[in-house]
Design a protein around this ligand. Structure first.
Ligand SMILES: Cc1cc2nc3c(=O)[nH]c(=O)nc-3n(C[C@H](O)[C@H](O)[C@H](O)COP(=O)(O)O)c2cc1C
Ligand code: SF4
Ligand code: FES
Length: 707
């Protein structure tokens, strides 16, 4: 990985002590491990190297021995307190050995809506007696197929109580993760997705079974986004690609016998992929290539229009590139919907020798998985978009910050960066040739999060890249003026940066011609939770929540009436069915007191108890608050306590009144949207589902999917 290039940006940390080995004072209770010393030493020159060093140490030893804190402090020119502060801030880092393999169980809303509470409870129960470490996580990016679990490099979806018992049993036996078959073979081309959601549903086994047959070439594509059909297998025929799904490895013999390789009839045959209603109704721009190409094949990317945007941009003056982005009407897809062109313009116009492009791939919202799928299905598009942003603003270095819960996306992105360097699309270590033969040099670096939701907030994310606790910075200064290491920085969501490639390739007018009101272009909606047909649906702004939930999503997965949807992640409002005609449009949502956020829709059936979901909102905020400001840090904990009193039937009216006051304080006085928007789900639950907040004790609190 090309880390050295980042040194050029390490302007804030001027003094660097020379690395020296552990001293007798550093480690008193055991012999220093030379391998760990070597790990620390190998990160000494990385910009913000503490976090990557901690990840590597934990990967090596299973935990971070506190005895190495003094050495870490000396190596990274920090105080012992600062290093300790970083280790304790991030949930991923542990300072004691785990008692066994780690089993991560998702406890966020989309999984709750599909019966996740029961799975979580059973996991915790088993964790008390079995030699495994149960880690509760907020979202693994498999939100349309929850409950979701990850262990030993493998992900599992649609887990039930029996399923978690089996998974924990395999973890205890330390069964190895199956090998991931890459694109390989020779013969008729069959696409089998390598996307994490498809893999969790068994796609690797299907690929292996197909590769065992002579005359088959398996291509590992991204997912088409029809997640209820995963693993979706497509065979290339003279009539185009024919889809089958969901396919298991056990289905492969009967599929082959039925003539799979020539598109033969079978109970799992769905027909020509492009004619499937879910896909045919979409207007795919950002996701146009996802599921179509082999994401690791740069030739395939170029053959499907890749690099056209960058070539067009390099032929234009930076200022004209920024003007095109402004004219396209593109607004940030990470949640705040800020015009991307204005951000680029500010960075372009701020003089500095060093500027940065940062990609926010932290995607912590429950119900969101578009960033993950884009990176796993079309990583070169993100790289292309980031280079365009670099050219437009005069930035020479970019950072992609991906959450640790996305191992497949991390691996895919690393592979794509390495390929792009080889092809001269990016500058690698020591390379000074310009991008695509131009004079413009651009380097891309990766950083991995460590289990902190708040690091999706842009200033906390930059703190994290710099190797610090993910504590939110007060604004101003804006990141565009003083961002990463105090330099002008463009920080954008994955989808915003990826969209730059199509804006430049197809022209601003083409992008601006799509949309609704001031919301231009397309929105990649993620339909998740308790829904029959969940997945990615990219359409021009203006489509309604009802169309997405009832028509496209097919109603609830349980077949029971839908009762609520939460749009925009854990900080988003709950809507009830009479509000489902709301169009997907930033202004329409704001007017309704709701939040479009990153475009996720989490569906709940009529077994949901909204008092429980209001409690979850406060609990989530308490768990994920960065702690900088009091309304959020203390308010969220008080919120949980108040709701617990309401659940117990204690002074109902008085506690409801205090809860509403508390929401007002949090909304008005929090420094960032974490504390500021947490009242949205709480207040909307109270406003639209008042029956769930009655004054009797709530002894049988349920949380959805017949829980
Ligand atoms: C608590 C919190 C979490 C956030 N999480 C994310 C995230 O996971 N991904 C993201 O792109 N933006 C997230 N944001 C928004 C970012 O702060 C920032 O607005 C965004 O990265 C800017 O990119 P955009 O203009 O392309 O949307 C979050 C904001 C807050 C307050
Ligand atoms: S609102 Fe919460 S997350 Fe945001 S700065 Fe304050 S304490 Fe940190
Ligand atoms: S995987 Fe559980 S909410 Fe996303």
């Amino acid at each position: 990985m090309p880390e050295k290039g980042a040194e050029r940006g390490r302007t804030l940390r001027k003094v660097r002590l020379r690395w020296s080995p552990l001293s007798a004072n550093d480690v008193t209770h055991h012999t220093p491990d030379p391998a760990i010393e070597a790990i620390i030493r190998s990160h000494a020159d990385w910009a913000g190297g503490l976090m990557p060093a901690l990840h590597a140490m934990q990967h090596h030893a299973g935990y971070i021995d506190r005895a190495y804190i003094p050495l870490l402090a000396r190596t990274f020119n920090l105080s012992v307190t600062e290093v300790h502060g970083v280790i304790t801030f991030y949930k991923d880092f542990r300072t004691t050995p785990p008692k066994g393999p780690i089993v991560q169980v998702c406890r966020a809303e989309a999984c709750i809506s599909r019966g996740g509470k029961a799975v979580e409870a059973r996991a915790v129960e088993l964790g008390a007696t079995e030699p495994v470490e149960i880690e509760e996580v907020f979202c693994l990016g498999l939100c349309a197929q929850g409950p979701s679990v990850a262990t030993g490099g493998r992900m599992y979806s649609n887990v039930d109580v029996a399923g978690i018992e089996t998974i924990i049993g395999s973890a205890v036996r330390r069964e190895p993760a199956p090998v991931v078959p890459p694109t390989s073979g020779d013969g008729v081309t069959v696409y089998v997705p390598r996307d994490a959601a498809a893999r969790a549903a068994g796609a690797d086994d299907v690929a292996a079974a197909l590769l065992a047959q002579p005359g088959v070439r398996v291509v590992r594509n991204g997912s088409r986004g029809m997640l209820w059909l995963e693993p979706l297998v497509e065979v290339v025929t003279a009539e185009g690609r024919i889809a089958y799904g969901p396919v298991t490895a056990a289905d492969v013999p009967s599929l082959l016998a039925a003539g799979l390789l020539s598109g033969g009839e079978h109970a799992l045959r769905l027909g020509p992929t492009d004619s499937l209603p879910w896909l045919a109704q979409q207007q795919r721009v950002t996701f146009a290539r996802v599921g179509v190409i082999d994401p690791r094949d740069a030739d395939d990317y170029v053959a499907h229009g890749g690099m056209a945007g960058l070539r067009a941009a390099l032929a234009m003056a930076p200022s004209d590139v920024v003007a095109a982005v402004t004219d396209s009407g593109l607004r940030g897809r990470g949640g705040a919907a800020f015009p991307t062109g204005i951000k680029l313009r500010t960075v372009l116009d701020t003089p500095s020798e060093q500027k940065y492009i940062v990609c926010n791939a932290d995607e912590g919202d429950s119900g969101s998985f578009a960033d993950r799928m884009l990176i796993e299905g079309d990583p070169f598009q993100l790289i292309e978009g980031m280079i365009i942003a670099g050219w437009a603003t005069g930035a020479s270095d970019g950072f992609v910050y991906i959450r640790s819960e996305y191992p497949d996306a991390i691996e895919t992105m690393q592979a794509a960066i390495a390929t792009a360097e080889t092809l001269g699309w990016l500058n690698g270590v020591g390379s000074t040739a310009g991008v695509l033969g131009s004079d413009f040099q651009f380097r891309l670096h990766m950083r991995v999060g460590a289990g902190a939701y708040i690091c999706g907030e842009e200033t906390a994310l930059m703190e994290s890249i710099e190797g610090r606790r993910g504590v939110v910075r007060a604004k101003p200064p804006l990141p565009a003026i003083e961002g990463l290491w105090g330099k002008p920085t463009v920080i954008n969501n994955v989808l915003s940066l990826a969209a730059l490639a199509s804006v430049l390739a197809d022209g601003a007018a083409a992008y601006a011609s799509l949309g609704h009101g001031r919301s231009r272009g397309t929105q990649v909606v993620q339909v998740a939770g308790n829904v029959a047909r969940g997945g990615i649906f990219e359409a021009a702004f203006g489509i309604t929540v009802r169309e997405l939930v009832d028509v496209i999503g097919g109603g609830s997965a349980t077949g029971r009436p839908g009762r609520a949807v939460q749009v925009g992640g854990p900080l988003g409002a709950y809507l009830e069915p009479s509000q489902f005609d709301l169009p997907i449009d930033y202004e329409a949502f704001a007017a309704a007191g709701a939040l479009l956020g990153h475009g996720s829709i989490v569906v709940f059936d009529d077994t949901v108890d909204m008092l429980g979901m209001a409690r979850f909102a406060m609990e989530f905020c308490a768990a994920e608050s960065c702690g900088k400001c009091t309304p959020c840090r203390i308010g969220s904990t008080r919120g949980v306590e108040l709701i617990d009193k309401i659940i117990a039937g204690e002074d109902h009216d008085g506690n409801m009144e205090i809860l509403m006051d508390l929401c007002e304080v949090m909304a008005d006085a929090s420094l960032c949207a974490m504390g500021g928007f947490t009242p949205l789900p709480v207040r909307s639950a109270i406003a639209h589902f008042a029956a769930d907040f009655g004054d009797q004790p709530h002894t049988n609190l349920t949380t959805g999917a017949n829980a």
